[in-house]
Write a protein that binds this ligand. Structure first.
Ligand code: UDP
Ligand code: MG
Length: 311
């Protein structure tokens, strides 16, 4: 019997865990697979820890890993993918925005030969205009910048065959944008569309800061274009200032009409200064990431693991 695992990162989701467990179990238990649900607690500070430990003691299908602190959604997912030893691994959020009712269809596509089943969020119910607009603009930008195609509405709700999970396990970078990485793997892919319902309970665990960081990780992980743009901007600006210098000489020595033109000059200096800072900022983003990666620190630390002893 093929083994399947469902990997779910959890960060302060105490109101969602029971319902999530109930609906996932209802969706996969009748299918006759040997299934397990692997929760990765990402350093929750509410009652999630207690509930997960309880659930793992109660239901032999459930296993819980507790990370030593909050590492972020992408690393929590990575931990789950590292630990799952099933023939197919499905990653999904714990807030029921990834409908468990889609699981049978995903598994059917897998059994029909798909090695990666991606999902595409067509829309999200009850989501603010701002989040929708920024998300759309972001996908436009990242696709413009990078060579890897990153589907708008792509989410981390996907199924991966053992082969794909193992291939993915070879990628050990810290700043990771999993949906982009998975698109570079290749394999035989299928896509499922879905409409994400609103969260079952609670509010989003992605602060603006986390979101921004994630967005930058996505761009810097897949593109060196910003660096190149800084270079081109510098080139163009040097050319313009060179022309300006010619003009100044012309005005002063040829037509001897040196109007006190310092505002223009000051503006130019400021503009150039700003541009340089921008370039340095972009460099800094990349160098900071290089620094992070060369340290080769562990991606996450596990503080506790709970799984019921099989009698
Ligand atoms: N999550 C996590 N660590 C974090 C933030 C979020 O493990 O630092 C989990 C969260 O519990 C949920 C999933 O990642 O299961 C997606 O987060 P959320 O629903 O808050 O994101 P959104 O749907 O708002 O983008
Ligand atoms: Mg959510």
């Amino acid at each position: 019997m093929p083994k399947i695992a469902i990997v779910t990162p959890v960060y302060n989701e105490e109101e969602n865990i029971w319902e999530f467990h109930k609906r996932v179990t209802a969706a996969v238990a009748p299918l006759g697979f040997d299934y397990s649900i692997i929760f990765v607690d990402d350093g929750s500070r509410d009652g999630s820890h207690r509930i997960l430990a309880e659930l793992a003691e109660e239901d032999g299908h459930v296993e819980a890993y507790f990370l030593s602190r909050n590492y972020g959604h992408q690393l929590a997912l990575t931990c789950g993918l590292d630990k799952a030893d099933a023939d197919a691994v499905i990653t999904m959020d714990g807030d029921l925005q990834h409908p468990p009712e889609l699981l049978p269809e995903m598994l059917r596509l897998w059994q029909n030969g798909a090695e990666i089943v991606k999902t595409r969020r067509l829309a999200t119910e009850n989501v603010g205009f701002m989040k929708r607009a920024t998300s759309k603009a972001y996908y436009k930008l990242i696709n413009l910048l990078s060579d890897v195609e990153i589907t708008p509405g792509g989410s981390d709700f996907r199924l991966m065959d053992r082969k794909a999970v193992e291939a993915f396990g070879l990628y050990r970078e810290r700043a990771r944008f999993i949906r982009g990485l998975v698109n570079t793997l290749g394999f035989n892919c299928a896509t499922l569309d879905f409409v994400a319902p609103a969260r079952f309970a609670g509010s989003s665990k992605f602060s603006l800061h986390k979101m921004l960081h994630f967005a930058l990780d996505g761009i810097t992980a897949f593109s060196n274009l910003p660096l190149r743009w800084a270079f081109y901007c510098g080139l163009v600006m040097s050319f313009v200032s060179f022309c300006l210098l010619g003009h100044i000489f012309y005005v002063k020595y040829i037509i001897d009409d040196a109007v006190p033109g310092w505002p223009t000059l000051a503006a130019c200096v400021l503009f150039l200064g700003g541009l340089q800072l921008l370039g340095i900022g972009i460099l800094g983003e990349y160098i900071g990431r290089i620094f992070q990666e060369v340290k080769h620190r562990p991606l996450y630390l596990i503080a506790r693991h709970v799984k019921r002893e099989e009698k």
